[in-house]
Ligand binder design. Structure first.
Ligand code: HEC
Length: 186
């Protein structure tokens, strides 16, 4: 009896080791899948949250550029809203996860730095010039997702032409520039 009992315990013991190791390797697979998860597509809800953030930022920036130009810029020597925007965007981009740039869409930028710098921005400018108000793309880098967006900047007021003479040639509503955003999708 004792022998049989010992055998049963032994068999059970082996079985449980097998079961536990199967379970462990199962959970190891789960852990691996979780590690990989960030590289998969981001959820629609997360993309929508980032899209809303871009809309909010875009509205604030454009309202600010118009307000500054309207109230503070009176002649060509004043500190232009364009210069303010370029400086503000640089500081924002260097101090956090949101990257913003003001770029030219006319081929005649004030500053050579303010031009499309990669395929996304070049393609986006084409789309905006063809009439789209917005161009966006979800990109994944190092397992993290970002929403890239380009929004159109038209000649919003006559004063813009004071410094950017060639804006006078732009058709109504035609974009002369764009704001380029890269924001995290979380
Ligand atoms: C007082 C002169 C002045 C006025 C008025 C002005 N800008 Fe500018 N703008 C500039 C300068 C200077 C830069 C370059 C800023 C820099 O790179 O630091 C610039 C840059 C830009 C850029 C980036 C591309 C480029 O040409 O370098 C855009 C787009 C732009 N301005 C749009 C506008 C719009 C739209 C208005 C009207 C709301 C406007 N600007 C009014 C002087 C002006």
């Amino acid at each position: 009896m004792k022998k049989r009992y010992a055998l049963a315990v032994c068999v059970l013991g082996v079985a449980s080791v097998v079961a536990v190791s199967a379970f462990m390797s199962g959970s190891a697979n789960v852990a691996k899948a979780e590690e990989k998860a960030p590289a998969a597509k981001p959820s629609k809800a997360a993309v929508e949250r980032s899209r809303k953030s871009v809309q909010t930022l875009d509205n604030i920036f454009k309202q600010t550029i118009v307000l500054v130009t309207d109230k503070y810029v009176h002649d060509e020597d004043d500190f232009a809203a364009g210069s303010a925007a370029v400086l503000l965007f640089k500081n924002i981009s260097e101090s956090g996860d949101n990257k913003v740039r003001l770029i030219d869409a006319t081929g005649e930028p004030y500053d050579d730095e303010n031009v499309a710098k990669d395929d996304f921005e070049r393609e986006g400018l084409k789309r905006l010039k063809a009439g789209d108000q917005l161009y966006e793309q979800v990109v994944s880098k190092d397992g993290k997702h970002q929403l890239r967006t380009l929004t159109a900047v038209p000649v919003v007021m006559k004063k813009c032409v004071m410094c950017h003479e060639h804006y006078g040639d732009a058709k109504k509503g035609e974009p002369i520039g764009a704001i380029s955003y890269t924001v995290p999708i979380e």
